[in-house]
Design a protein around this ligand. Structure first.
Ligand code: AMP
Length: 145
């Protein structure tokens, strides 16, 4: 039978090797095996949520605390002064490992790092008013966990 655990859970549990950079009760961070630039780091909650919208408040809080600290260390270790943090959810949104993770990707002076086109368009204000109102309403009701 196929192991239901994600590859990141196996890394966290020490069954698959990694270049670990940080661990606490709720968070684990290690270097990406296919880095976009030196120091490309993955910050992963130990909780095996598949996507960010499924993550508990406790893990979200721990990720929020860890990201700036780990980013600072990655910058210092690589000599980069700029970086991207990116987080993908769902196969069409470029997620390939279905266990929440944040990429910290240093942007090097020679261009190495994240390159992607944003595809901006002009906001439709009627649509914007409707959507922002709907999101506000959803956020003002108690979480359904
Ligand atoms: P995403 O496409 O956002 O789901 O990113 C998944 C990332 O996990 C990719 O950048 C992979 O290179 C990385 N990855 C997959 N397997 C491993 C592994 N065993 N060790 C380190 N990074 C990995």
């Amino acid at each position: 039978m196929e192991d239901p655990r994600s590859i990141f859970t196996m890394i966290i549990q020490g069954e698959i090797p990694c270049h670990k950079v940080y661990e606490d009760d709720l968070i684990f961070a290690f270097l990406d095996i296919n880095p976009s630039s030196p120091g490309h780091t993955l910050v992963v909650p130990k909780e095996p949520a598949r996507s960010l919208d499924e993550l508990s408040d406790d893990s979200a809080q721990a990720i929020g605390r860890a990201l700036p600290r780990i980013s600072k260390a990655v910058l210092e270790a690589t000599g980069a002064s700029e970086f991207n943090v990116i987080q993908n959810n769902g196969p069409n949104a470029f997620q390939s490992v279905f266990h929440v993770h944040f990429h910290i990707i240093p942007k090097m002076e020679d261009g190495r790092g994240l390159t992607f086109p944003f595809n901006p368009s002009s906001i439709d204000h009627e649509d914007g008013a409707r959507l922002s109102s709907s999101i506000r309403d959803l956020l003002s009701s108690p979480p359904s966990q």
